[in-house]
Ligand binder design. Structure first.
Ligand code: AMP
Length: 214
């Protein structure tokens, strides 16, 4: 199964990609997580990408393409946060061509900006498990099996960085919906509904495309 997940920050891409990965056995590949891991480890690459990440700007295409490429070989994945520009989409097509494979489906999650700002400002991540919660809409249950450790806010989830990231999304990433619609690959999903309902609709879209194992 090879799926691209498009959608603005806060639409639930990360949450939905990990639910879909759990249900299908595909690998969840988040380029945002790859970027944050490099920054956390203080690598040379991490230093290069940190200023883009902190400002809510996109890392240059050639850097992010090289980070994503090794993960395409596994055969079954859900790409979360990649591609984000037409240049990246073309680089992905080329990389898949080299592997003689294609995409099964592109699922675009959709929600109005004001909902997204509200969701992102309440977003908290468990430092221990990496799981994402929302202070109001999806608080962590009290009987978690694993100690979640402290809950932290992402440093690019400030109101200013959020607005900047949404503007970048509309300008550079949203046009990819047309790019993939032209290839007959696009399914749009209303992301304002509850988490399980959104997953169900995504599974339907992916299943109809033949992306699910029998
Ligand atoms: P995310 O967690 O997907 O919101 O990504 C966090 C940050 O990582 C973004 O604001 C960018 O700085 C960087 N990033 C992640 N994916 C990409 C991508 N496909 N292209 C460029 N920058 C990216």
């Amino acid at each position: 199964m090879r799926i691209v997940l498009l959608g603005p920050q806060g639409a639930g891409k990360g949450t939905q990609a990990s639910r879909l990965a759990e249900k299908t056995g595909a690998e969840h590949v988040s380029t945002g997580d790859l970027v944050r891991a490099e920054i956390k480890q203080g690598t040379e690459l991490g230093k290069k990408v940190q200023e883009y990440n902190d400002k809510g700007e996109l890392v240059p295409d050639e850097i992010i393409v090289e980070m994503a490429k090794p993960h395409l070989k596994s055969g079954s994945w859900i790409l979360d946060g990649f591609p984000r520009t037409e240049g990246q989409a073309k680089a992905l097509d080329e990389a898949l061509g080299d592997l003689s494979v294609g995409l099964d489906k592109v699922v675009a999650l959709e929600a109005p900006d004001e909902d997204l700002v509200q969701r992102l400002s309440g977003r908290r991540q468990s430092e221990a498990t990496g799981k994402i919660y929302h202070v109001e809409h999806d608080p962590p249950p009290e009987d978690l099996e694993e100690d979640p450790g402290p809950f932290v806010q992402r440093y690019d989830d400030t109101e200013q960085a959020i607005r900047r990231r949404l503007a970048v999304y509309h300008e550079q990433t949203e046009p990819l919906k047309d790019y993939y619609a032209d290839q007959g690959l696009l399914a749009t999903v209303d992301a304002t509904r509850g988490i399980p309902e959104v997953t169900e609709e995504m599974l339907r879209a992916v299943g109809e495309a033949g992306g699910l194992p029998a």
